[in-house]
Design a protein around this ligand. Sequence first.
Ligand SMILES: C[S@@+](CC[C@H](N)C(=O)[O-])C[C@H]1O[C@@H](n2cnc3c(N)ncnc32)[C@H](O)[C@@H]1O
Length: 312
Amino acid sequence: MVVNNVVHVNECGLPLNAIEWLVKHHQSKLQERGQMIRDLRLEKGSCVVDAGCGPGLWTPLLAEAVGLEGSILGVDISTEALITAQKISSNNWYRHQVQYKRAMLEQLPVELGSTDLIFSANVSQYLPDPVATFAAMGPYLKQGGQLAIKDIDFGTMQFHAIDPMLQARVFQARERWEQERVANGYAYEDSWVGSKLAGYLREAGYKDVKESAYRIVRRAPLPRNFHFYLQGIAQWFVCEGAPYLSHNDVTHWLQCFTDPEHNVLENDDFMSEETEFVVSGIWDGGTKSRFHIDMQTETPPLEPLFLTNEAL
Ligand SMILES: C[S@@+](CC[C@H](N)C(=O)[O-])C[C@H]1O[C@@H](n2cnc3c(N)ncnc32)[C@H](O)[C@@H]1O
C-alpha cells in the first residue's frame, strides 16, 4: 500500500521508503557506502549473508569485495523487495555470485556455523528487540565470523540554513512519536538506533565490537539524487499526521524543503550533515544461543521463496 510518494508499507506491514527513493538515497551516498564495505576488509571467497537486503542495492559492493569465488545470499521477509532485487541483479555482472531467499533475520536459510559475514543495512531501525535478533544471528556465523550492522542516527542530522529551533522541534516531535507509535497501531521504528548499536551487539554476546562513524556532508549545489533524498526525508519526518508538531511547524518545514520558490536546498549556504554507523562484532559463541533455540521451537519458519532468473 502506498501511503504517499515517500512512505511505503510493504506486504509485511513495515513502513519502508518507496523503492525509487531507496535507490536514489543509496546512489547519493555511494561514495561513503562503498567505503563502509571496503572497511570491513572481507577476504576474497567469503560467504556473506545480506540480511534484510531489500532491493539488493548493496549486492554489487559486497560482490566486488568477496570476488568471483565468494558468494552473497540476500535475505528479506518482503517478496516484493526480493523480486526487485532479483530483477536488478539478473542483468548485472554479479548475477552468478548472488541468490535471494525469503526468510527472517532470526532464522536464516543457511547452515549453522557456515557464514563469514552477516551484513545488515538499514534494518535494525525496524527491530523491536535488536539484542535478541543479533543474538539469534550469531550461530549462523563461523567461529570468529563477523556481524556488521549499518544504520542511521537522526540525532546526528543538521541542516544549515534552516532555523535550528524549528529543526529541534521537528526532531523532538518525531523521536517522541517513534517512542509511542507502536501503541497507536504503527510498526516499530527507531531512527536514532545508530549510536545504540555497539551496546546492543555487546549485550547480544559479540566480542571485539567496533563502531565506525561515517560523516556525510553535502553542500550546495546539491547533486540531484541528494536533493531527492532530502525532500523524501523531510516529508517522512512529518508523515502520519506528525502528532506532536504544530500545523505551522509542519507547513514551514515542508516549505523549506519542497516549496518550488522558497525551498532552502538551492541556497548558496545550504549544507546537510549526518552520520551513519557501521558496528561490527565477532561471534565466538558457537552454534547455539538461548534465543536461537527459542526461535526454533516457538516460531514456524517463513515459507521459503527461492528466486531464480527463470522464475521471473
Ligand atoms: C529500509 S529497507 C533496507 C534495505 C537494504 N538493506 C538497503 O539498505 O537498501 C529494510 C528491509 O529490511 C527488511 N526487514 C525488516 N525486518 C526484517 C526481518 N525481521 N527479517 C528479514 N527482513 C526484514 C524489510 O522487508 C526491508 O526490505
